[in-house]
Design a protein around this ligand. Structure first.
Ligand code: OSB
Ligand code: MG
Length: 368
C-alpha cells in the first residue's frame, strides 16, 4: 500500500454528562484523528486515545500530535509499500508514545483492510457475532449514581464498573448491591488513587463479590499490586502500566495482575493488543477490552477486538449514546446487552462528513 496523503484533525465532542475519575473530570472528549489516503483511492481512519494535558498517561493529545508529525508519519510516507504490520515494526525504533503509534497504525490497518475488501473482524478471525456490553460510571453524588446505575441496568448493560477513590468506595458499592442484587457483574477502578495501606482497607469490599479491583495503586507500583493481590481475594486488574506485551508478561510474572485490561490505544495498537490477548490466554490470565471514551471509530474497532476468544470478561464497551449525543460515525448501538461486531470493510464505520466538519476544531494536511 502506498500512502498519498495523511491529515490530522483535532475534534471536540461534548459528553452527555461529565466523566469524573479519581484524577480528573472530562466535559468534552477532545480527540486527535488520523486520516490516511492511499494510491488505491481508499481512506483509513485512526483515533488517538490520548487525553488533553497528559492525564491518565504520560502522553497527551499535544505530544501525540508532535510525535506523529515529526517522527511517525514520515516513517510511513518515506516508503513505497507500507502495511500496518510493517509500520508497527518501524515504530518499534521510536521510544514510547504508544498512543501516537496506535492512532497511525489503526488508520493504516483500516485502509489496508478496505483495499483488500475485508473487515477487522475477519482479519482477527473472530467467530462471535456480538460482544457483551459493559459500562464505566464516573464519580458523582450518591443520588446521581443511583439513578445512573439504575438507568444502565434497565438498558441491560451486563456489567457495571464504577470509579472509586479513598472515601468513595465501600458506600457506593454497597448501594449498588442493595439496589441490583448479586446478579449484576460489578467492578471498581481506582485509577491509582490508593496507597498500599489505604488499599488494604478495600478488604471491606470483599463481601460484595466484585469481579475485580482495577488499578488501585499508582501506575508503576507493580510490587504493591503484587502484595495487594496476595492479600485480597478479589482479583486485581492492571490498566495504566501495561503499555506493551513485555509489560503484561512482567506484571503477570510478578503476580501483580490477576486480570489485565487491554486498551488498544494504550498498548501501541490493535496488533499489540491481539498479541497481549494471546500471551494472557497462554498464561491463563483473564483479559477484557478497556475503553478511552472513544468515538465511533475506536469504539467499532474495540468491539471487533473484543470478539477474540480469550476476551471472556465484559469490557468497557458501551453504546455511543453512553457518552455522546451525536457521534461522528453512525452510532454504535447495543441490543439486549450486546453490541454487534461490525462486518463492513476495515473498522466497519466511517465519519459522517458533515458532523465531522462541525466538530473539527482544526485540521492539517501533514503529507500529500
Ligand atoms: O481507567 O479505564 C480507565 C476512560 C478514560 C481514561 C481512563 C479510563 C476510562 C474508562 C473507560 O473508565 C470509559 C469507557 O471508554 O467506557
Ligand atoms: Mg482504568
Amino acid at each position: 500500500m502506498r500512502i498519498t496523503g495523511v491529515a490530522l484533525r483535532w475534534v471536540r465532542l461534548p459528553l452527555v454528562t461529565p466523566f469524573r475519575t479519581s484524577v480528573y473530570t472530562e466535559y468534552d472528549r477532545e480527540v486527535l484523528l488520523v486520516q490516511v489516503c492511499t494510491a488505491a483511492g481508499v481512506t483509513g481512519w485512526g483515533e488517538c486515545v490520548a487525553m488533553r494535558g497528559g492525564i491518565y498517561s504520560p502522553e497527551s493529545i499535544e505530544s501525540a500530535e508532535e510525535v506523529l508529525r515529526t517522527t511517525l508519519i514520515p516513517l510511513v510516507t518515506d516508503r513505497d509499500d507500507v502495511t500496518a504490520e510493517s509500520a508497527k515494526t518501524s515504530f518499534a525504533e521510536v521510544d514510547g508514545n504508544p498512543m501516537a503509534k496506535a492512532a497511525l497504525e489503526m488508520a493504516l490497518l483500516d485502509a489496508q483492510l478496505r483495499e483488500r475488501r475485508t473487515s477487522l473482524a475477519r482479519y482477527f478471525h473472530v467467530k462471535r457475532p456480538q460482544v457483551p456490553a459493559g459500562v464505566s460510571v464516573g464519580i458523582m453524588g450518591m443520588d446521581e449514581l443511583r439513578a445512573a446505575v439504575l438507568q444502565y441496568a434497565s438498558q441491560e448493560y451486563q456489567r457495571i464498573k464504577i470509579k472509586i477513590k479513598p472515601g468513595w468506595d465501600v458506600e457506593p458499592v454497597r448501594m449498588i448491591r442493595k439496589m441490583l442484587g448479586h446478579q449484576m457483574a460489578v467492578q471498581v477502578d481506582g485509577n491509582g488513587a490508593y496507597t498500599l495501606d489505604e488499599a488494604k482497607k478495600l478488604t471491606e469490599l470483599e463481601e460484595y463479590g466484585l469481579v475485580m479491583i482495577e488499578q488501585p495503586l499508582a501506575a508503576h507500583d507493580l510490587e504493591g499490586h503484587a502484595e495487594l493481590a496476595a492479600y485480597l481475594n478479589t482479583p486485581i486488574c492492571l490498566d495504566e502500566p501495561i503499555t506493551c506485551k513485555a509489560d503484561a508478561i512482567e506484571a503477570i510474572k510478578l503476580g501483580a495482575a490477576d486480570i489485565i485490561n487491554i486498551k488498544p490505544g494504550r498498548v501501541g495498537g490493535y496488533l499489540e493488543a491481539r498479541d497481549i490477548h494471546d500471551v494472557c490466554g497462554e498464561r491463563g490470565v483473564p483479559v477484557w477490552v478497556g475503553g478511552m471514551l472513544e468515538t465511533g471509530l475506536g469504539r467499532a474497532a474495540n468491539v471487533a477486538l473484543a470478539a477474540l476468544e480469550h476476551f471472556e470478561l465484559v469490557g468497557d464497551l458501551s453504546a455511543s449514546e453512553r457518552f455522546f449525543t451525536r457521534d461522528i460515525t453512525e452510532p454504535i448501538v447495543m441490543h439486549k446487552g450486546f453490541i454487534p461486531v461490525p462486518t463492513g470493510d476495515g473498522i466497519g464505520v466511517v465519519p459522517h462528513p458533515k458532523i465531522l466538519d462541525e466538530v473539527t476544531e482544526r485540521q492539517d494536511l501533514v503529507f500529500g
